[in-house]
Write a protein that binds this ligand. Structure first.
Ligand SMILES: [Zn+2]
Length: 232
């Protein structure tokens, strides 16, 4: 028999008194996501205004806070800020959907709602990439570098915004009905939640997180373990 590793149990809840219900917490996260996404699109608009000449940056650069920024630097800063806002917004959006999921009865709505981050990522980068490809004002080297940066940003934003394992309201309420306030267990990297802390798949994990089924879903652990959770 393999020697059992020494274990540390970590509660998923921060010990705070939960005063807000999951619905209003999710609403707060969704509002945050939308604000960040709008900021992302504002960065893109700024970059496009610069490309079409509305926002003028001379060849020798502009001075911002006693720093001289070249046109390429201005564009790259806008793209990076755009990317950061999209990524953080999408994480808030995904978290909200795991706390307060929507029904999967309407498959199209379920898909669009859960993958809103991906849609925003495309909106926040695609028009800029098209403008860059059509641009005639930038020198060839700058245009090439900025286009590559924008394309990479689109890929990163898209990949991090997709909800690879969306939760449905049906899935959460079924799990809530089964486990109520009982603790379930999960690990840093495992995808599943476990009902048996002695489950053999947990044997090698040093840190075990525990919490209610709601907390497991919030932590993106909504896949029942194949070994310790009874399958229907
Ligand atoms: Zn298990």
């Amino acid at each position: 028999m393999a020697k059992k590793v020494e274990r540390k149990y970590v509660s998923a809840s921060k010990g705070e008194v939960v005063t807000k219900d999951s619905k209003s917490r999710a609403s707060g996260l969704r509002i945050g996501a939308v604000i960040l996404w709008l900021l992302a699109i504002a960065c893109e608009v700024l970059a496009i205004l610069f490309l079409n000449g509305t926002f003028f940056v001379p060849e020798q650069g502009i001075e911002i806070l006693s720093l001289t920024l070249q046109p390429m630097t201005v564009l790259i800063i806008a793209i990076v800020a755009d990317l950061i806002f999209v990524i953080i917004g999408s994480q808030l959006w995904k978290k909200a959907n795991h706390i307060n999921p929507i029904s999967k009865k309407n498959k199209l709505k379920f898909f669009l709602w859960n993958q809103m981050g991906l849609i925003v990522a495309v909106i926040a980068f695609m028009p800029l990439i098209i403008f860059l490809l059509k641009d005639k004002n930038l020198d060839a080297k700058t245009r090439k570098i900025v286009s590559v940066v924008a394309a990479i940003a689109l890929i990163i934003a898209g990949a991090t915004s997709i909800d690879w394992s969306p939760v449905s309201a049906e899935e959460l309420s079924a799990a809530q009905a089964t486990y109520g306030d009982d603790n379930v267990f999960w690990t840093s990297f495992g995808k599943s939640y476990h009902i048996d802390e002695e489950c053999h798949t947990l044997n090698r994990s040093k840190t075990i997180y525990y919490g209610t089924i709601d907390e497991a879903f919030e932590a993106n652990r909504h896949d029942p373990c194949d070994f310790c959770v009874p399958q229907d």
